[in-house]
Design a protein around this ligand. Structure first.
Ligand code: PLP
Length: 356
């Protein structure tokens, strides 16, 4: 049976990405070797990483002066690399969830951290609205999409200092004004590739301004200088990322990706809003994520949650159980998810509701 994959991460990849990755595992670029067993310094792999970096710049419309890096360690490693490289005295952070607060915890090891606002008081079910960033902060850090709670900031905030964003779960779903940023990073396993590589986009001239010593591997300048080849990069996920990027370009780039994402999310939110059995967990509809849709059953039906998951499984729907810290359901609608799968889920919700 065809599966409808709603997992939050690692998550669905395009068929194009998976098929071409499988092929390259057997025979990479007609070398007669697997992509798993070639030197990362071979000319064939150099072409892969060069094309992938160029496509990131093209699709996201990144201006001159930025470097695209492919690093190990996950987005979580960036929580420490960011302050290591950019925090001299003080940084401002917006606390919108578990990932944001993990980033805050690491930054505190390096200097003053001003948490401008937090929605922790309401289990992160909204994005704080009225806050200001101090002019003497080295940077402002925020998480654009809160994967666990289903909230999203689909805009570039207006602040008086350079910005840094964790875009792990919504990169390639909206245009970003890079002129406001010194760094953007994203673990690959949501909208790009299998786990194992993190995409980091850094502004070159923002590097080298902190007073501390930085260990070689944690210094962005090392990876800028060596083209992400100071050590062995995660070859396979980078190959898959290239396939996804080619697929994105072929589809029509960011405009088309965003159009599709908005359409899919509207379909599911409409179904939730018009149902008596389900309701969304995000309190302000303006904060709703188009990548991770979080919902629960209304109190009179709560005991049916488990049985709804089983009902969905019979229709090939997988990965809709909510994160353990939120409960209920979470349907992740990443770029690779076809609208047909969302329709299958909406059908299942309606049929289940009619049955009870
Ligand atoms: C998944 C996720 C992370 C953690 O990524 P790792 O690669 O597992 O470290 C961080 N931030 C956001 C927004 C995420 O969705």
């Amino acid at each position: 049976m065809k599966k409808h994959n709603f997992y939050a991460g690692p998550s669905i990849l395009s068929e194009y990405t998976i098929k071409n990755t499988a092929e390259a595992i057997l025979n990479f670029a007609d070398t007669g070797l697997s992509v798993l067993e070639v030197s990362h310094r071979s000319k064939e792999f150099q072409a892969v990483i060069d094309e992938a970096s160029a496509l990131v710049k093209e699709i996201l419309d990144i201006p001159e002066g930025f470097s695209v890096l492919w690093l190990g360690g996950g987005a979580s490693m960036q929580f420490c690399m960011i302050p290591y490289n950019f925090l001299n005295t003080k940084a401002s952070y917006l606390d919108t969830g578990t990932w944001a607060s993990n980033a805050i915890k690491e930054a505190r090891l390096f200097g003053d951290v001003d948490v401008v606002a937090s929605s922790k008081d309401a289990n992160y079910t909204y994005i704080p609205k009225d806050w200001t960033v101090a002019k003497d902060s080295n940077y402002f850090h925020y998480t654009s999409n809160n994967t666990i709670y289903g909230t999203e900031m689909r805009f570039d905030p207006e602040v008086p200092v350079p910005m840094i964003a964790d875009m792990s779960s919504d990169i390639f779903s909206r245009p970003v004004d890079f002129s406001k940023y010194i760094a953007v990073y994203a673990g690959a396993q949501k909208n790009l590739a299998p786990a194992g590589v993190t995409l980091v986009i850094v502004r070159d001239e923002a590097l080298g301004h902190v007073e501390r010593q930085i260990p070689t591997m944690l210094d962005y300048r090392t990876h800028v200088k060596k083209g992400s080849m100071f050590n062995t990069p995660p070859v396979l996920p980078i190959y898959s990322a290239l396939m996804t990027l080619r697929y994105y370009k072929e589809l029509g780039g960011l405009k088309e990706l965003e159009r599709r994402d908005l359409e899919k999310a509207a379909l599911l939110y409409d179904a939730i809003d018009s149902s008596r059995m389900f309701r969304g967990t995000v309190t302000d509809t303006a904060d709703r994520s188009i990548m991770n849709v979080c919902f629960v059953m209304t109190p009179e039906y709560t005991e049916l949650e488990k049985s709804f998951v089983d009902f969905c499984a019979e229709r090939g729907i997988v990965g809709i159980k909510g994160h353990r810290s939120v409960g209920g359901f979470r349907a992740s609608l990443y770029n690779a998810m076809p609208i047909e799968s969302v329709k299958v889920l909406v059908e299942a919700m309606k049929d289940f509701e009619n049955k009870h």
